[in-house]
Write a protein that binds this ligand. Sequence first.
Ligand code: DC
Length: 227
Amino acid sequence: MTKNFPPLIIALDGPAASGKSTLGRSLADALGYLFFDTGVMYRAITWIALQHDMDLRDEMVITGLAQNAQIDIRPPSKDDGRACDVVIGDKDVTWDMRDGSVDANVSIISAYAGVRTALSEQQRRIGLRGKVVMVGRDIGTVVLPEADLKIYLDASAEERAKRRYHEIIARGDQADYDEILKKVIERDHIDSTRAVAPLRAADDALVIDSDKISAEQVLTQVIALCK
Ligand code: DC
């Protein structure tokens, strides 16, 4: 299939805390494209389920929730590091969705086929409009296999845990590095071994290891591919 150059649809996948969101935002800004972090959708469903004390192990119930939930993703209303506002009902859940209980449970619901179908369809509709940098785990493999440019951003679990740790401390919260590392490894395992849309690089993705180069260098490298 012919690919557009410059790329109109950019898929950016990789494990948790590999720097995808930072790269995706900067890249979208540099190109004047929409930045869409699909992880917020999985987080929003998890947050709603926890708020309503729903049984996360009940696949049918959680799938029903994903099919019907009204998750509103809007341009950022505050300059507090957010890429967008995530609003459910009339509540801004942008930061609530990033808390430890969501982190600990989001992999469970993102392994459900029905949840993935419901959310992937919405993501695909947005992606096909073009001029988009879409970030996730399965964008290049499942959501937008026709993407013009696919990047898989990787980093070791230790480096990613270190980044998460510093992010939490910078927000003024308490953090325990060993605990974070354990959770990163656990989440990688669930995300990459699930039956549906497991985390993996698409065959035609460019794999970048961000352990060895700085975020700025990664951005320069990717922008060079787009221009
Ligand atoms: O990128 P993140 O940490 O905000 O993602 C939260 C969770 O959502 C993560 O455990 C994997 C899942 N996810 C997914 O399965 N597919 C996506 N396209 C995006 C995220």
